[in-house]
Design a binder for this molecule. Sequence first.
Ligand SMILES: Cc1ncc(COP(=O)(O)O)c(C=O)c1O
Length: 444
Amino acid sequence: MKTPRFVCHGCGAVVDAAALLPFRCPQAGAAGDDVDHLLAPEDSTPPHQGAIGSLPLVGRAGVGGPAETDPFLRYRTLLSPYRLARAWGLPDAAWSDIAGRLDRALIAVDGRGFRLTPMAPQPALAEAAGSPGPLWVKDETGNVAGSHKARHLMGVLLYLKVLEAARRPAGEGLRARRLAIASCGNAALAAAVLARAADWPLDVFIPPDAEPAVVARLTELGAAITVCRRRDDESGDPCYHAFRRAVAGGAIPFGVQGPDNGLAIEGGRTLAFEMAEGFREAGAAVETLFVQVGGGALASALAQGFAIAAEAGVIARPPRLMAVQTEGCAPLARAWQRLGDSDLADAARHRSWFMWPWENTPSSLAHGILDDETYDWWAIAAGMRASGGGTVVANEAAIARAHRLALAQTAVSVSATGSAGLAGMLSLPPSDQATAVIFSGVER
Ligand SMILES: Cc1ncc(COP(=O)(O)O)c(C=O)c1O
């Protein structure tokens, strides 16, 4: 088996995962460069039938088998760390062993490991929302650390574990490097749970107004916390700047922003694989998917995952991807408008024309999607264009109504950020076609 390679969608740089850590594009940061650098696995961008021919995803007897309920086992042949392990001669059992140990540690730390999460139509919610068509809700609130975020980071952690197990030069000195993340919410909690399960030291960069309950849990999990204030000489998120400095000093990027670690996006694709399989089992043709967008890793992972599932024939075509932001912070909607029908490849070489930090300090009930920048904007734009989707800017009334309806009409204890995709649906005229949303995080 070939070792997996990663390709930057902006500059075309190729990284062999056996030789270099495929986190940030090696060309990123060059002076005067306005390229949108992001590494994605080479053979999971079309055409990629070869990579997915043996998946439970396509209904054949795969290595995991249809009965496998841990997504990181079920979809392992689609994950580049698994392919790297096999290319380096590790047996299939070595992957099961790595994933199994982490699973047991996660259960000890957080009371749960990764399992396929529930998804079902929610007729009462559809009716209350005025939707004539069926409304599917994928519930991530019971996932590891209470949101979908841990999926992203599990993709990274499994890669680190494979490097350790294979004892290759690419993994030398890895254990001496700390993990680092900039976040004050679900991503930080997910990182801290996974880092604790792997017994790997973690630095978390948080703003001064981070919720005390989150800070307390991060501390309990053993994360080292640095509070970062806005500075006059810096635009954009000060936590993100501090994170970048830590990574420049040798830390391993353990965040969910794709440009810093393409592997994080890959782990998130498992969510789309699960949904696609669920739609197929139910015989449902879901027309539109509304997704709340902050830094953009979630929507980017879904766009890529659904494209792979469609190409594998699991679903006829990817649902229309509708990216939902709030009035208080909508850098992706701004970029999408600027993009119009311009050439995407060209846009990847003129990033700053499309994406720059939101000027005002944003606020919203859905505070988890207030990222200054949509770091993964390009991949989402590509997904929206390919699926005939677009952006929706929801006002605060819609965000609040979506949250109220979600809590009243379903049994899911979802946060306002977690139900913000539904606010996008509420902001558009009702449709009689099937729609899906993701309740992505638990109410804390
Ligand atoms: C519950 C929840 N849903 C959705 C998002 C948005 O994800 P992304 O930042 O990848 O766009 C976040 C981000 O923090 C979140 O916490």
